[in-house]
Design a protein around this ligand. Structure first.
Ligand code: HMG
Ligand code: MG
Length: 298
C-alpha cells in the first residue's frame, strides 16, 4: 500500500462547526494558512449553510476570499441554490453537497428527505458545471444513524450512485457518528465500489468509538486512497447527537508515514497549527499523536 494517498483536511469546517467557542474569520484564515504551511493541499474551509443552523460557519465568504491567493484547493459546503449563489460570489472553485444514507439524519440536518435533497442538488450541480466549479458529494451515516440505527450498505450504495451520476467527481463516505468497525467498513467500501469507482471514493470517518484508523486501514486494503481528517481530531455535527471528532490528521499522517506512504505533511508544523486552534477553542487536542508530541516537548 506504499502508494499515493490524498488527504482532505476538514478541520476548518467539520472541526469548527461543532465548537461552542466561535472562531473569527481572521483566526480561521490563520489556521488554514498554518495547515498549508504544514503541507496540506486540499482543505475544506467553510460552509454556506443557514447561519441559524450552524452559526460557527458565518463569514465563510470572508474565509474563502481570505485564502483564495494561497496555494491549495479549497472546498466549501453548499446545501442548496442559495448557498451556491453565495459560494460562487465568494469565488468557490470546489463545493461539496451533502446527503445522508438515512432519512432520520437527512431530516435533522437539512430538513428534507433524502430524495428531496437529491432534487435540491440537481440545479446546484448543473449550475456548478456551467461555471466550471467542481462538486464533491458526501453521504452521511454510512455505518449507522443516530436516529434510525443500522444503515444497510445498499442504502449507501444507492445515494452514492445518485451523487456520482449527478456529476460529483468524488463521493465521500461519512461515518458521521463513528460507530463503524473495520470489517463493516471493508464491506461498505466493497459494496459502494461496485457502483462508484474506488478512485472516486473518499473515507470520512469520525473517531467517536476509536475505530477510525482501523476502519481507514481496512478501506485502504480494499483500495480506497482518499482520506478526510481534521487537525487535532476536531469535529462533529450538531445535528448528529453523540458525534465527536473526525479522525485526527496527525494520527492519519503518522500511520501513513509508518506504512511508507509519503504525505508531504510536516508533523511539527501540523501540531503547531493544532495547538494554536486548540488554544483558541480552549481545549486540548484529542489526537493521540499530537498529545504524544506535545508531551515530549514539555
Ligand atoms: P430550511 O429551514 O428547511 O430552509 O433549512 P429554508 O429554505 O426554509 O430557509 C430557512 C432560512 O434559512 C431562511 O432564512 C433562508 O434564507 C435561510 P429566514 O427567512 O428564516 O431568515 N437559508 C440560508 N441561509 C444561508 N445559506 C443558505 C441558506 N439556505 C436557506 N444556504 C437548510 C434547510 C439546508 C438551509 C438548513 O437545514 C441548513 O443550513 N442545514 C445545514 C446543516 C449543516 O451544515 N450541518 C453540518 C454539515 S453536514 C456534516 O457535518 C456531515 C459531514 O461532515 C459528513 C459526515 O460526517 O457524515 C459533511
Ligand atoms: Mg463529518
Amino acid at each position: 500500500m506504499s502508494d499515493q494517498v490524498r488527504i482532505v483536511e476538514v478541520g476548518p469546517r467539520d472541526g469548527l462547526q461543532n465548537e461552542k467557542t466561535p472562531v473569527s474569520a481572521e483566526a480561521r484564515i490563520a489556521f488554514i494558512e498554518a495547515l498549508i504551511a504544514a503541507g496540506l493541499q486540499t482543505i475544506e474551509v467553510g460552509a454556506f449553510v443557514s447561519p441559524k443552523a450552524i452559526p460557527q460557519m458565518v463569514n465563510s465568504d470572508q474565509v474563502l476570499r481570505g485564502v483564495s491567493g494561497l496555494n491549495g484547493e479549497f472546498h466549501v459546503l453548499v446545501p442548496n441554490e442559495k448557498g451556491f449563489d453565495a459560494a460562487r460570489a465568494a469565488g468557490a472553485k470546489v463545493i461539496a453537497v451533502f446527503a445522508s444514507a438515512s432519512e432520520g439524519f437527512s431530516r435533522a440536518n437539512i430538513n428534507c428527505s433524502v430524495a428531496e435533497s437529491i432534487e435540491r442538488f440537481k440545479p446546484v450541480v448543473a449550475r456548478a458545471k456551467a461555471d466550471a466549479i467542481k462538486v464533491r458529494g458526501y453521504v452521511s451515516c454510512v455505518l449507522g444513524c443516530p436516529f434510525d440505527g443500522e444503515v444497510k450498505p445498499q442504502a449507501v450504495v444507492s445515494v452514492a450512485k445518485l451523487l456520482w451520476d449527478l456529476g460529483c467527481y468524488e463521493v465521500s463516505l461519512g461515518d458521521t457518528i463513528g460507530v463503524g468497525t473495520p470489517v463493516k467498513a471493508r464491506h461498505l467500501l466493497r459494496a459502494v465500489s461496485g457502483a462508484v469507482p474506488m478512485a472516486g471514493l473518499a473515507m470520512h470517518f469520525h473517531d467517536t468509538y476509536g475505530q477510525a484508523l482501523a476502519n481507514l486501514y481496512a478501506g485502504m486494503e480494499e483500495g480506497a486512497r482518499v482520506i478526510d481528517s481534521a487537525a487535532g481530531g476536531l469535529g462533529g455535527c450538531p445535528y448528529a447527537p453523540g458525534a465527536t471528532g473526525n479522525v485526527a490528521t496527525e494520527d492519519v499522517v503518522y500511520m501513513l508515514e509508518g506504512m511508507g506512504v509519503a504525505t508531504g505533511v510536516d508533523m511539527p508544523r501540523l501540531v503547531a497549527a493544532t495547538n494554536e486552534v486548540s488554544r483558541l477553542i480552549g481545549r486540548a487536542p484529542v489526537s493521540r499523536v499530537a498529545s504524544a508530541i506535545n508531551a515530549k516537548a514539555l
